[in-house]
Design a protein around this ligand. Sequence first.
Ligand SMILES: *Cc1c(COP(=O)(O)O)cnc(C)c1O
Length: 388
Amino acid sequence: MSTSPVSIPKFAPDRINVMKPWLGEDEARALAEVVASGWVAQGPKTAAFESAFAAHQGVEHAVATSSCTTALHLALIVAGVKPGDDVIVPSFSFIATANAPTYVGACPVFADVDEATGNVTAETLDRALTVATSAVIVVDQGGTPVDLSPIRRWCDLHGLLLIEDAACAAGSTYGGEPVGRGADVSVWSFHPRKVLTTGEGGMLTTDNEQWARRARTLREHAMGVSAAERHSAIVAPAESYAEVGYNFRMTDLQAAMGLVQLAKLDEMVARRRLLAGKYRTALAGVPGLRLVADPEHGTSNFQSCWVEVLPGYPLGREALLEHLGTLGISARRGIMAAHRQPAYAHVASGGLPVTERLTDATLILPLYHLLTDGDQQRVIDALANPRG
Ligand SMILES: *Cc1c(COP(=O)(O)O)cnc(C)c1O
């Protein structure tokens, strides 16, 4: 008998995950159609997904990309962020938000966040302003909409570009409208940890036609003629390359899945909000746990339904994660703080107390479309009986 060198993950049939994409027959059929068509790279399905996404979000232009990270990279290029610029970002975000300025030779400057939403505000941004600041990246953290109007006014006052990292926020609203519309350019993620998924994938949205056109070109090697145009022509037109571009393309396989997922988005968000509401009701009677909530200015898709573990709770955050783990419940540590990572040791951050508190004391609860009432009750019981 030989032993396998690869460690096989233990299969726990009753394990509850923090997230699970809602995928089914419709996605499988859409993928099979693309395979049968023979056109699996970027082509007509990607164009259709872009149009559908732009319509859903109420924006002029949508440019599909290989990920949100590559969309953010393109956003900074087309917006004109230059080497030597400072770009204000929340430290309290997935690392990709802080990485993007570095890709264009700029430097991230970390701003603290508001404790209720986990998002930057005009006040926290103002404290991070430098003479070199040219742009701000705001994040709708975990799907909670950022309060954009005061930030927009503050950016206009200082002549700054406003970029929205809406990676988590498809289906969230601000002032009754889809998030992302109030920024100069917004970016989205379709990673399975988000609500709408294409496996990997992203999108850039903007009302600026010139920026959209440049992003579209840059994402495919800055080719003067798109690959879709060249390959659909019998005699391919000659292409030219006006600048150095990238391969940040989405494939039609991903886009076909995206179209199906987009059609389900409103239903997915409604379900997530219902489940978050159940957590809210059930945890109201558990002292020491504070659940993230809709802010006054909008609604969350609850991509990340986090709780802050307060001193009044019998366990600390790490002990609570372990307690849940022993019951087969895979929760997650809350949002990270980029300024604490070795990659950003060179960036001075003048005290980010709320970021540090939230990153140390929050955890993300299991929440996904097919989470059953029984499984959610198991999570609630585990939280309500920390010594049980
Ligand atoms: C997930 C996430 C990203 C990265 O998205 P990818 O599609 O995986 O590149 C960027 N920013 C934020 C805020 C995220 O949560």
